[in-house]
Design a protein around this ligand. Structure first.
Ligand code: ZN
Length: 325
């Protein structure tokens, strides 16, 4: 009844996706940059997107690996990347051919929208989703766990990705932070979408700097924060960077906390000297609250300082820092 093999025939004719699946199936990289053996696709659905994860199980002729054997790791990296992109899961349901015969309520996997930024434990969410889908199609009295690797559809919304960006979203979801860091961005400053591109670049930078962790370290104060309280701060102001400097993602930016460090750096109250130590501005002109904060930062070693980022810090010292050397 509930075999993965039956799932593989499910594509069209379902009430929830009553249109052909036009988008190409993709594979994603694990966080270590290895290609996972599992397929997904993204297609625009009005202002939202349908993220479809193909079912696992069953042999493929000519292949040593069972079909989509990395279903679970794929679902987990996709959820983690959706969180990095501040996505919302509006709805989720099983869309296997067996499930299509069930009333909508019985194939549903989530009952209210999930703002991914509110999820502290992605693995737990993944477990909830796989366990819930295991029960889909089973009688309530059944003791079986059921198949937790069915074909599922997540309906998602992602800020800064419009209906024409389905391919880009699929690409961004497929890439590990490792790959993003080495990849050149195409930044078209002259087109009308510059703001959107900049915001997207910011979220990519944050992914590069935070990786897939739930917390990160502020490069200035050295304290650990949840990633939502960290931003990718440009060491050299973005608008002053050449296109090549902007693409130098692993050197031109650092993580800074929104607890003050980002703003103090941006506004020139702190900078970093050529040895990597934090410099503080002449305190006489600051208010007591700023003075206290500056005193706590003086002399700390900034872990974003390295030979390859020093030119950007040098620019900041000479241009933005309030006590220019
Ligand atoms: Zn900080």
């Amino acid at each position: 009844m509930d075999t993965a093999g039956a799932d593989s025939t499910a594509t069209e004719g379902l009430t929830q996706i009553n249109r052909p699946n036009r988008s190409a199936r993709r594979r994603a990289e694990s966080n270590d940059g290895e290609l996972l053996n599992a397929e997904f696709s993204v297609e625009a659905d009005g202002e939202a997107f349908s993220l479809i994860i193909e079912s696992a199980g069953g042999k493929i002729v000519g292949s040593a690996l069972p079909r989509n054997s990395d279903y679970v790791p794929l679902l987990e990296v996709l959820l983690a990347r959706l969180r990095e992109l501040d996505a919302t899961i509006v709805a989720a349901e099983v869309i296997s051919s067996n499930a299509a015969k069930l009333p909508v309520g019985e194939r549903r996997l989530v009952h209210s929208p999930i703002a991914m930024s509110s999820i502290s434990d992605v693995r737990q969410l993944r477990l909830d989703l796989t366990r819930t889908q295991g029960r889909v199609g089973l009688p309530p009295s059944s003791k079986k766990e059921g198949n937790g690797r069915k074909r599922v559809l997540l309906r998602i919304t992602v800020a800064n990705y419009g209906p024409e960006d389905a391919d880009q979203l699929a690409t961004d979801l497929s890439r590990s932070a490792v790959t993003l860091a080495t990849e050149h961005l195409s930044i078209g400053e002259t087109d009308g979408h510059a703001q959107v591109r900049i915001r997207r670049e910011q979220s990519r930078l944050r992914r590069i700097l935070c990786g897939s962790g739930e917390t990160g370290i502020c490069a200035l104060c050295g304290h650990e924060f949840p990633t939502g309280l960290l931003v990718a701060a440009h060491i050299k102001k973005r608008r002053n960077c050449t296109p090549n400097e902007r693409r130098d993602l692993s050197n031109v930016a650092m993580l800074a906390c929104t607890f003050g460090c980002d703003a103090l750096y941006e506004d020139g109250w702190v900078s970093v000297d050529h040895t990597g130590r934090i410099l503080i501005a002449n305190k006489a002109v600051a208010t007591p609250a700023v003075r206290d904060r500056l005193a706590s930062l003086a002399g700390i070693v900034c872990d974003a300082h390295k030979p390859s980022s020093e030119p950007y810090f040098a620019w900041h010292r000479a241009t933005v820092f309030r006590s220019r050397p």
